[in-house]
Ligand binder design. Structure first.
Ligand code: ADP
Length: 171
């Protein structure tokens, strides 16, 4: 396995000019704190208006909207699991988030996509374990989807960056 097509970046995800950015949303899809709040602020009120038409999103699934004022054309909203110690299906749910995002990306012809470290903020998922799942699913998507050329993982803090570096070096 190689890391071709996978890159780490420390930019704010709201400023990244890719086809799609991923939002770590909550079940209501009505905005929130962390990266969700930042994305809604930058995209403008039309994003919330479109999200309101979607009727929420179950954990592990994803929904796609336009990016409005963002440089990204699309926002893929996914709902990661809250960490409860790892015994409540958290790894499977987090992997499903990534797969749901990649599936929507494929349907919409997305060539490059940027992800925040889903669930590792307020939802408390351990960073290293989350990064391992993210990298594993990214490699799978790059192997299966020939349209997909680049996956950016946004490392908003040093601990997140170290976790991704470790995951990329592991396999
Ligand atoms: P969750 O509820 O899924 O844990 P959070 O938004 O609390 O979501 O955190 C997810 C990750 O997004 C964390 O690593 C956090 O540091 C990061 N993050 C917060 N704001 C931004 C941003 N503007 N761009 C990229 N990543 C961000």
């Amino acid at each position: 396995m190689t890391n071709n097509g996978i890159q780490l970046t420390e930019e704010d995800i709201t400023g990244i000019k890719v086809d799609a950015i991923v939002n770590a949303a909550n079940n209501s899809l009505r905005g929130g704190g962390g990266v969700d709040g930042a994305i809604h602020r930058s995209a403008g009120p039309e994003l919330l208006a479109e999200c309101r038409t979607l009727g929420g999103c179950p954990t592990g699934e994803a929904r796609i909207t336009r990016g409005y004022n963002l440089p990204a054309a699309w926002v893929i909203h996914t709902v990661g699991p809250v960490w409860h110690g790892g015994t409540q299906g958290e790894p499977g749910l987090l992997a499903r988030c990534y797969r749901s995002c990649f599936s929507l990306a494929q349907e919409h012809g997305v060539r490059n996509i940027a992800f925040p470290a889903i669930s590792t903020g307020v939802y408390s998922y351990p960073k290293e374990e989350a990064a391992r799942i993210a990298v594993q699913e990214a490699r799978r998507a790059l192997a299966e989807n020939k349209t997909l050329a680049k996956i950016l993982f946004v490392c908003f803090n040093q601990a997140t960056k170290l976790a991704y570096q470790k995951a990329l070096a592991e396999f």
